[in-house]
Design a protein around this ligand. Structure first.
Ligand code: SF4
Length: 279
């Protein structure tokens, strides 16, 4: 059994909070540049040029890519041969606290959803802990802005709605969102499971490197179909028209009940941030 001090995770989370907010992952940068090369609408070209310059400047000057530095979503995969010595939740939250303070990242979290007093340090993190095999700990920090989070949708479709129902729901969610999630967007889609799990897999889908299709050819094909239909909407970057409404669609699935077809859409803006460390 490998022992990892919980306190040592604090430094990792702190570093990942700062890294994710300043440096757009290379796959996202490449994907945006590829769409810029294909885009033909002048207003869309102009917006994409500004988006590219923005993430380049953020990387060069080591400043946040966006003023909304997000709620810290932290995904932990904990190997079953690892013992965490201490309180893992407290260690992660301390890392978020330090990262948002030392990285001069905006504090965007309120303690109570109705009384709305800012916690002042961007805690608590939204922590998802999964047990996996092995002796490693994987930590991913994915700061989530709420311009896009607010546009996410969930629906308990009927089994008879089938794949056409899924397509209609996903494309409608993007169309209703319009310019609010700061397109071009990344669309995470969860299909199956239960009400709670379908939302989680839609969010996890956003962590997949852009341009990497689902391992199942059927769902990889559905991802391409959805991307084509979404980009045929003509919303374009920041809603000014054009082809580039979405950069990618990623689908994750789970087995589900014979009587249901849960579907969730978790939208991310073009600032598709996340940073990972495996220890
Ligand atoms: S949706 Fe994204 S780009 Fe728009 S304000 Fe929020 S974090 Fe920034």
């Amino acid at each position: 059994m490998r022992i990892v001090e919980a306190a040592s995770l604090t430094e990792t989370v702190k570093r990942l909070c700062i890294e994710a907010n300043r440096n757009l992952p290379p796959d996202a940068q490449e994907c945006i540049r590829n769409f810029r090369r294909k885009e033909t609408w002048p207003a869309a070209q102009d917006v994409l040029d500004k988006i590219i310059r923005n993430f380049e400047l953020a990387g060069e000057k080591q400043v946040p890519i966006c003023q909304d530095t997000g709620m810290a979503c932290v995904f932990v995969e904990l190997g079953s041969d690892v013992h965490i010595d201490g309180d893992i939740n407290a260690a992660i939250n301390e890392g978020v606290r330090q990262g948002y303070q030392e990285g001069f990242l905006r504090k965007s979290v309120v303690r109570d959803p109705l009384n709305r007093v800012n916690t002042g340090d961007n805690t608590p993190a939204m922590i998802t802990l999964d047990m996996v095999s092995g002796d490693r700990v994987s930590i991913t920090v994915a700061p989530k802005g709420f311009g896009s989070e607010n546009m996410s949708r969930i629906k308990m479709l009927r089994p008879s709605d089938g794949v056409e129902g899924v397509i209609d729901f996903v494309v409608s969610a993007v169309e209703e969102a319009g310019p609010n999630p700061c397109p071009p967007i990344v669309v995470g889609v969860g299909i199956g499971g239960t009400f709670d799990k379908v939302a989680l897999i839609a969010k996890k889908a956003l962590l997949r490197p852009l341009g990497t299709g689902n391992a199942n050819p059927y769902y990889a094909d559905l991802e391409r179909t959805l991307l084509e239909k979404i980009n045929a909407l003509g919303l374009g970057p920041q809603g000014f028209g054009g082809y580039t409404t979405a950069l990618s669609v990623a689908i994750e699935t789970l087995p589900t009940h014979i009587a249901g077809l849960p579907c969730a859409v978790n939208i991310n803006c073009h600032v598709c941030r996340h940073a990972r460390e495996i220890r």
